[in-house]
Structure formats: structure tokens, C-alpha cells
Design a protein. Sequence first.
Length: 542
Amino acid sequence: MQCSTAAAYPRASHAYSDAPGERRRWNFALQTIPIPPEGVCSKGAAFHRCRKSANEHIVNQLPALNRFNRASVHTVEQECKLAYPIIVMDLKTFTPLLSKIIRLVSLLVWIPSLAVAAEFYMTVEGTGAKDGSDWENALTSENLFSILNETLQPGDTLYLSGPESEDAAHYGDLRGSITSSGTKEARKSLIGVDRGFGLPEFVGKQKVRSYATLRLTEGSSYWTIKNLRIRHREYGLTTDETEHKELLIDNISVYSTRQAGFVFANCDDSIIRNCQSERYSSIGFQFSHSCDRIQIIDCLADCTGTRDKDDLAHWKGLSDPVGFDFHSKRSDAAPNTDILMQNCIALNNRETKGKYPQGDGIKFERKNIGITLDGCLTSRNRDAGYDLKGSNQILNNCKAISNSRYGFKLWYDGVLSNCVSVGHGSREFMLPATGDGERTITAKNCTFHGIEKTDFIVGFESKGTTAVLENCILSFATDKKTFKAGHGKLVLNDSVTLKNAADPENPPLYVDPTLPWYGRGDNFDNRTFGQAKGYSSSRVID
């Protein structure tokens, strides 16, 4: 005998608004879970549903009923013999009408069990009854991490209040670990709310910046963390080495960290979006290893937090800062794979000491596989805007502007499309791989424009490296003529080399070839060749 609720059971995937005070709006997308039609547990459908396995399934009790352990597993026969009376009826003995009634009742009883997601509200000191039911009865923040880990169930949201006046207290030195998880169908959420005077803020009190404000540990997964501000820490937000799935980190701003704003390890299918890391001493965003199918969208890493202004005092104490850092040099850990960076910006990563001071905007070490950079910008970094040693690398619509040495620095492979590199001290396009072996790196419809201090447009370190430039523009602002340095092979397919291009009346007739340029507008679009050659701000490569 098999125990079933009905011939087919609906399962709901849901979407809802995260606006505070706006109760969940469920959107049911019904999917069919096949269930054997031989019988039905007439009362059991109100308390549990049988999963599609005919031999064993997980009991899912309604949250309001605590009769069974959620995780307990029963055979179908055992499930039909649980403590409370259940009458097992053969569907063949039912009339079609009665069968339909049972299915309808089972569905009506089951649907309310989905809409159990709760909303909780929290302020720094709490208000009213402090039960979290609304802003007038908000929870106190001293219980933040117990609420996140113990009170919140999958599907629940905690809204964290920003200040309600200019002089209101912030969340101060509060820090801790998130050890619980949502589920794929019902995420947990921590969402900050601007109530008129900014988003909620956590500020470390130690003289030496110490600790991390938020740590995701013990495999915590299926979390949305959104709209928070963090200052004066060693780290802002980190994960531990356990596996984390489907994190959404959205609009988190971290300022003044002794090490890094964000550190991710072993995170899969996750999105980091609209986040900022500013005034860090080492790394803006780090993806140390085992991060697969990651999206980093609209994020900023500014080492000084000063945008287009120098900060010599901050740079003086730094050692090889990096805006976005992927994997660790000579590490044996598993690689990062399938990485998308879209519309990200890396600025002001510099050190000032040593014979060869370092500092890169976006850096990929060797063990990164499957990289797509789309619409990113790097500027004012000490070594390279892009220092990319990964494999299967694609760069579309990216800009490198006024980094001290190199614009695009690609080691082993890569394809650039509709990219622009302007105003670097050494080379606009550098291919530094050494040793045996042959490798080819391709640029299509790109512009590489050197200024007076630029040594060469394209540089090589090995004769085994070939650069193929298709429909590209290579130009100097002055009358320099040396476009290539090193022993590699430069192939120009329908590409042009031009000099004295700082004058907008000289080919290729750049719209406004003056620096500084911050990447906006059509400054380095050309009017000689239009869309046929070189970078164009109106061309978008998907």
C-alpha cells in the first residue's frame, strides 16, 4: 500500500516584495509533483505531505503544529500508521465526485501553510512591547544574532531600522556570526531600512580596526543581506570555509577596513550587487577559492575612498593593495569558476614603497576559470588596471584609464571586444607571459591610446605570445612611432596605427581626447572610422 495526498500536488515558487510593512504577496507558480494515486491519507494531508519517493519521504509539519520532527524520515507504511487516527481509503472505492472533493479540501488546507513567512522589526534600543511585530514594538538590537539564527525561519525577514534623527545612536560595535540558513524556496532576509536619516550603520570602537561585523559560517546559505553600512573594522563581511549557496549581498557599504571589505570563500551561485568597499588597507573584494557561478554587479572598490584625489598618507602604509582579488598566488585550493563582473569600478590601489611599487584594480590569479568582465572600469591604480592570469577570459566594453603602468595586462589567454585603454605610463596593452609554449590573445574593435609618457602601445615578454588586433585603433597623442615592444608577434588585421592623435582634428578624430577622463561620454569615440574600427561608447557587446 502507498500513502498519497492526491494524484498530483502543487508546489509553489514565490516572489514577494521586501518593502517593510508590505506583507508578502505570493505568486504561485504551480508545478506538479508526481504522487502514486493508489490511496489517500484523509487526515494526514492537513499535517504533512508525502514527497514523491514511494518508499520514504520527509514529514513537513505546519509550523503551528509541533507533533513531528521536520527532519524525521518515515516509510510510507509507517507514515500511514502515525499516532493520531488515520483512515486509509482506496481511491478505487470512491466516486469521481468524492475523489475531487478530497483533492480540493487537501489543497485548501495545504495552501495556508505556505503563507507563514513572518516579518520582524528591530531598532537599536527596541520600542513598545519589543516583540518585533512592527516599528512601534520593535525588537532590541542586543538580540540581533539570536533572532537571525534562532527566531527567523525560512521565508522570514528581519527589517533593521536606520536612525530616526540626525543624532540617533547607531548599532556600534555589534558583530557576530550567521549560522542558520533559509531554503532554496524560502530565503531568510536581513534588510536595512532608511527611515529618513540613512541606513543602519555598524561602527567598530577599537583603536586598531578589529573583527568582522558579519560572518557567515557553518554553511549558512539562501540569505539575502541588504542595505547596511559598516565602518572601522578589520573586515566588513566574510564567509568561512564551509560551503555557502545562493547568497544575495546587496547594497552593503564598508568603509575603513584594516584588511578587506568583503571576503568570500566556497560560495556558489551567489550575487554581490551594488556594494562598495572604500578606504581599505589590503583588498576591496576577495574571492579566495571555490567560488562557482558568481556575479559581481555594480560594485566599487576605492582604496582611498577619495575618487579622483590623491591620498599619500593612506598609500604610504600599504603593501600591494587590490580592488577585486580572485584566488591566491601559489594556493592549492580549488579554483573559482564561471565569474561575471559587470559595471564594476576599481580605483586608487597603490603602494608607494619599494623599487617596483604595486597595486592592481582587478586581479585574477592562475586558478580562475571562465571569466567575463563587462562594462568595468579601472583607474589610478599603481601597476595595472587589469592583471588577468586566468583562463577562458572575456572582456567586453571595459575601460582602463590613467593607471600608472599598464592598462590591460593579460597573461595566458583572453578576448577583448569594444574596450578602450588610455593614458598609461608604460604600455596600454601588455602581454607579460614568459616561458615555453604558444598563446594568442585577441582584441576586436578596441582603442589603445598612449599619451606623452607612454612608452609603447603593445608590449610582450615572450616570443611565444601572439596578439591579434582586429579592427583596432593604436594611437599616440604625440609623434611617437614605436607601437610594439618585446619579442612577441603583433598581428594587425584591418587595424591602424596613428600619431599626433591628441589633436581632435587629426585622425582618427577622437571626440575629446583630453585627460583626465572618467569613462563617461563619448570622448574616445572616433569620427574617422565610426563603428568600423576602434572602441565606441554606443556599441554594446553582449
